[in-house]
Design a protein around this ligand. Structure first.
Ligand SMILES: NC(=O)c1ccc[n+]([C@@H]2O[C@H](COP(=O)([O-])OP(=O)(O)OC[C@H]3O[C@@H](n4cnc5c(N)ncnc54)[C@H](OP(=O)(O)O)[C@@H]3O)[C@@H](O)[C@H]2O)c1
Length: 332
């Protein structure tokens, strides 16, 4: 089935999976977005669906019923990563737009199948990398384009979080766990954003949990077609760190809280030159709300620029596969 004609809105959203992120971030933010309304919430557990529906609105239902519901225009999918492919494919085949939690899938081939379905059917398919909606990155991109740092030589990015409860989905290989897919994808996507397409992985290392078989941390070295290096670190065995920097021929730039800044956070951008330092305080932003609102507007308007998101998702998946293939594994 292909997509219905554009409608005036709001976009009727079905929430697939009553996850922690849906409870904590997505559903509260939807209530603030006029272009979106929660029409149905699906869980494997009817009591959980009923609890979510009572709290956030919408009709409680099951996964299969939700994707076939004619009253639903779009699906927000926040299942464990290994289940994204199956359920996003079902939703796209049923003619629904899909906002899928990052990463879109666990393999490049599966991501390609989903982007193919979205292109073929003219549907919006986005990976919910909320950080891309924070205007702080456009400031950095403008500084780079304007030559403020001279020629960029190295991009460094780090995203790490403390250990999670033992039962967390991120420790399960069957559910698509591991640090690369959970936190590693952020530095990769940021490198794509600031260095452009065509990055190649030249080396990587992953620290593997011997018992559980998932990667707990990693490090990857990428190179851009113009010879700029991207040195990326990630993990969930660390103190919280979420930052990136660009080291250029004329100056170096550093941005802290780059991936998950709190809503009120006023980002601090620092530029260092040999004999001069400059700090700029930037505007705060609710990046999660912006991501949801942008998805809704795009789905309602059928934005023709949408294919850039599909290209970027394919590129992220290709790089994740390449990190896996090249990585030296250190069992711990
Ligand atoms: N964009 C962001 O900032 C952000 C932040 C955190 C997480 N995420 C992404 O969101 C996704 C979910 O993460 P989360 O931390 O919210 O996970 P979570 O709390 O464990 O939620 C996952 C949900 O998936 C459903 N599910 C279906 N089969 C399952 C199974 N076999 N085991 C466990 N759950 C199963 C469950 O919903 P029902 O019980 O209702 O069926 C569960 O609540 C991941 O892809 C993650 O990478 C994104």
């Amino acid at each position: 089935m292909s997509a219905a004609a554009p409608r005036p809105g709001p976009l009727r959203l079905g929430v697939l999976g009553c996850s922690a992120i849906a409870r904590r971030r997505t559903l509260p933010a939807i209530a603030e977005i006029p272009e979106l309304t929660t029409t149905a919430v699906a869980s494997r557990d009817p009591a959980k669906a009923a609890e979510f529906a009572a709290r956030f609105g919408g009709t409680p239902t099951g996964y299969a019923e939700l994707v076939e519901d004619p009253g639903v225009d779009a699906i927000y999918l926040s299942l464990p990563t290994a289940l994204h492919h199956e359920w996003a494919a079902r939703a796209l085949r049923a003619g629904k737009h899909v906002l899928c939690e990052k990463p879109l899938t666990d393999r490049g081939e599966r991501t390609g199948e989903l982007t193919g379905l979205a292109r073929e059917r003219g549907l919006v398919l986005r990976e919910n990398f909320a950080f891309l909606h924070h205007p702080q990155h456009a400031v950095v991109a403008d500084l780079l384009a304007g030559g403020r740092l001279g020629e960029p030589r190295t991009f460094t990015a780090t995203f790490g979080i403390p250990p999670l409860p033992a039962s967390d989905i991120r420790y399960s290989p069957e559910l698509g766990g591991g640090a690369l897919l959970d936190v590693g994808v952020y530095p990769i996507r940021a490198a794509q954003l600031l260095l452009g397409a065509g990055l190649e992985v030249v080396g990587a290392a992953l620290r593997i949990d011997r018992e559980r078989g998932v990667d707990l941390a990693g490090h990857a070295l990428l190179v851009s077609p113009g010879g700029v290096f991207a040195d990326l670190e990630f993990g969930f065995q660390h103190t919280y760190r979420s930052r990136y920097g660009v080291w250029g021929s004329a100056a170096a730039l550093a941005l802290d809280r780059a991936f998950t800044p709190p809503v009120e956070h006023r980002p601090l951008l620092r530029i260092d030159e040999q004999d001069h330092a400059e700090e700029r305080v930037l505007a705060p932003a609710h990046q999660f709300r912006e991501s949801l609102a942008a998805f809704a507007r795009t789905a309602l308007d059928r934005d023709p620029g949408e294919s850039a998101w599909l290209d970027a998702a394919e590129e992220t998946a290709r790089l994740v596969d390449a990190v896996r293939e090249r990585a030296v594994r250190a069992p711990v």
